[in-house]
Every structure is written in C-alpha cells, then in structure tokens.
Ligand binder design. Structure first.
Ligand code: ZN
Length: 276
C-alpha cells in the first residue's frame, strides 16, 4: 500500500480548466497559489512568441507536464489526414519550444468510416510522427476517450484499446494518458492500469468528475467530489502501479468558467486535497 502524498506537490492544472485566462494569467496565478505543474493547451499559444512563453514558465518555476493536444488523425479524406500530420509535427515543435515532455493525443475518428478503419489511421499517424517526436524528445500519450465520443473525437475508447496500440507501436516515446472522466465506468480499468504501467506506458493521469445527470457531453465536467467517480480509488490504482507523475486537473465546465477563476482555483486545491 502506497501512502498518498497529501500536498500540492503533484498537482497540475490544465490551462483549459481556467479557460477565461491567457497563458500569462494562468502561470502567474497558478504559481501564486502554490500550483507547480501546468499542462498547456495550444489555444493559449496562438500568436505567442514561444521563447517568451518558455521564459515566463521558467521565471515562475512552473513545470510543464504536457502539451494538449495533438491527434485527430483519421479522415476519409487523404488531404485531411496529411493536414493532421503537419499539425501534429507543429505540435511537437511547440512542445519542444515550451519544454513540454509530452503531447496528449485526442486520436480522432471519422463518422464516415468504421472505428476499426479510424484506428488503423491513428496507428499510421502516430508512426508517421514518431521519428520527429523522438528527435525532439517529446513523448506521445494516447488518451482513450469515453465511448460517447467514438463518432467524431476518438476511435480509441477503452484503456485496453490504448494499451494494445501502444504495445503494437512498441516505442519508448509512445504511451497512454489515463483520464478518470473517460474510463471510470470500465470494469477492467484496474487490470488495464496495471498492464499499462507494467509496460512503462502510463505517461499521464487526468482527474475531474462525472456529474449526474450530465447536461453537456463536452463542457459539463465536475470538480473532484461533485459527481460519481471514485477518484481516490482510481488514483490509488495508478500510484500502486508505480505512477509518480502529476495529477492533472482537466475540467471543461461552462458552470465553473462563468465563476471567479481565483475562487475556482482555491476550490480546485480543496477538491484535490480532499477528494482526489
Ligand atoms: Zn484528459
């Protein structure tokens, strides 16, 4: 049994969690409240000088956990698949520039073809960008998404499918991001977490909660403790399997975005310390 670290030292917040804030505001306010880890969503890097962003992160001693997001490889259209490759290569450059050791992949799906075909194209896409990722020293984390997104966001919907793909690609640069929002319902979750870690593929751990009832499939995620996910139990599985990375708070919530973001950060810290 591993003793859970009950302080903020492994707390990471995704910039999209505090969507109203730009990158400067995120970094300054996270640092001011004792948060050490940040996962940067690419929207806050648009039109930014990445050297300046890197300096800002360094000045505030903020550790970049990951860049979000790459992926969206599948399409019935070849030209779109090539555009996705180019965009992922650009994401690798951005990750390297801001010091992100990994990129989260929302792998994609095209409703015009079968999930199997989309998964083939996902594997092809990852293999295409792998040399650039390795060259840049940036890891790629396959994030399985809840099956409600199987039509258009990801054809990888279970941790088992993500594990199988990472094992098939078999590279130290390709692993998996476990997000409780997408995977909490899966009866094989604990065993697949152990499998993932045993293969050194457990790269990232994302937390939030599943509101009941959920009112929006994209932007109604809960803060830990709001909903029905047993986050501490899943965290214990992840840590007992050997994961020592950050716990990344990733919450898309129209409700919380409409509130004061400073107060919200304090709520996040409380929920992290008490319900994670
Ligand atoms: Zn996630």
């Amino acid at each position: 049994m591993i003793t859970k670290i009950k302080d903020l030292s492994r707390l990471c917040v995704h910039t999209l969690t505090t969507k109203p804030w730009d990158i400067e505001t995120c970094v300054k306010n996270y640092a001011a409240t004792g948060i050490k880890g940040i996962t940067i969503w690419r929207n806050v890097l648009e039109n930014k000088n990445l050297t300046d962003v890197k300096k800002l992160l360094d000045d505030f001693d903020m550790e970049v956990v990951s860049l979000a997001r790459g992926g969206f490889f599948p399409s019935v259209n070849l030209e779109k698949r090539e555009l996705a490759i180019a965009d992922n290569l650009f994401a690798i450059e951005q990750a390297a520039a801001v010091g992100a050791p990994s990129i989260v992949l929302v792998c994609g799906a095209d409703p015009g073809q079968s999930p199997e075909k989309s998964r083939e194209q996902i594997a092809e896409g990852i293999i295409r960008i792998l040399p650039a990722a390795a060259q840049a020293g940036v890891k790629l984390s396959i994030e399985p998404l809840h099956p409600m997104y199987a039509g258009d966001r990801s054809a990888i919907n279970t941790l088992r499918q993500a594990n199988e793909m990472a094992e098939m690609i078999h590279s130290e640069w390709v692993g998996v991001a476990v997000d409780v929002y997408h995977l909490w319902w899966d009866p094989t979750l604990k065993a697949e977490i152990q499998r993932c870690a045993a293969n050194n593929h457990l790269f990232a751990f994302h937390v939030c909660d599943w509101n009941v009832p959920t009112t929006d499939f994209l932007n109604d995620r809960g803060l830990m403790g709001d909903g029905c996910i047993n986050v501490p139990e899943i965290r214990s599985w992840v840590e007992e399997a050997g994961f020592q990375g950050y716990n990344e708070v990733e919450i898309f919530s129209d409700k919380y975005w409409a509130t004061d973001q400073h107060a919200y950060l304090e709520k996040i810290k409380y929920a992290y310390l008490n319900y994670t």
